[in-house]
Design a binder for this molecule. Structure first.
Ligand code: SF4
Length: 224
């Protein structure tokens, strides 16, 4: 599929200028903590996850300890993250597999990661890029929305969005681009009310240009 026409280099440069310190917002000290935090972040804010994980990791610091944990106890510790029953089951199940199959080390391939309970492609990409330094683009709700609005991609499907971004963006920038798009989505390009009037990317943005065209058409059509 042909990608939309957009000045990708200019967009990436602007994003880098806007968010030079963009980084993973989930607090973690190692790959295992990041994996657990990312599982917890489904339909939950990073801020809330960061409030919950310290007390979880004080009680259960390693995959071995979480593998032996009572699910009901984990449920209570992570309750505020929502979907806590399913997440507790997945975290304990994932910990068991990490201990039994990988000697307590979080695996570092997409294939092995997505085999773990509660781990999808997005979570796997977060772990690969942030814990192991392997270039990857995790497509979350912000990345999906902002990339489509800007015109970097044209797809409703997150896997296709990931593929199009990988074709569009140089490999060495994949991980950073993921953080840039998230920061822009959080700070400017909000889901309901994007702040286009103060957006440095408006000059490149497909959504903004379409909105401007629609307003012009309406104005001309209205005879004003
Ligand atoms: S111009 Fe508007 S829609 Fe486009 S990236 Fe900026 S805030 Fe988002």
């Amino acid at each position: 599929m042909a990608l939309p026409r957009i000045a990708t280099t200019d967009v990436l440069r602007s994003l880098e200028d806007l968010y030079p310190d963009a980084h993973c917002a989930l607090i973690h000290r190692n790959a295992f903590e990041l994996l657990v935090a990312t599982i917890l972040s489904a339909q939950c804010t990073d801020k809330r996850v960061n409030e919950v994980t310290p007390r979880l990791f004080v009680r259960y610091a390693t995959p071995g300890q979480l593998a032996d944990a009572a699910i009901e106890d984990v449920e209570q510790l992570i309750r505020e993250c929502g979907l806590f029953k399913m997440k507790a089951k997945n975290i304990v199940g994932t910990s068991k597999i990490i201990v039994e199959r990988y000697a307590g080390e979080v695996p570092s391939t997409m294939e092995d990661l997505v085999d773990l309970p509660g781990v999808g492609r997005k979570t796997a990409n977060v772990v690969l890029s942030n814990a192991y330094g392997i270039p990857a683009i995790a497509v979350d709700t912000h990345v999906q929305r902002v990339a489509n609005r800007l015109g970097l991609v044209a797809s409703d499907d997150v896997l296709e969005t990931e593929r199009q971004l990988m074709r569009r963006i140089p490999r060495e920038l994949w991980s950073q681009a993921h953080h840039w798009l998230i920061d822009h989505g959080r700070q400017v390009c909000a889901a309901r009310s994007p702040r286009c009037e103060m957006c440095a990317l408006a000059v490149h943005c497909r959504y903004f240009k379409a909105q401007a065209r629609a307003i012009r058409k309406k104005t001309v059509g209205g005879g004003v």
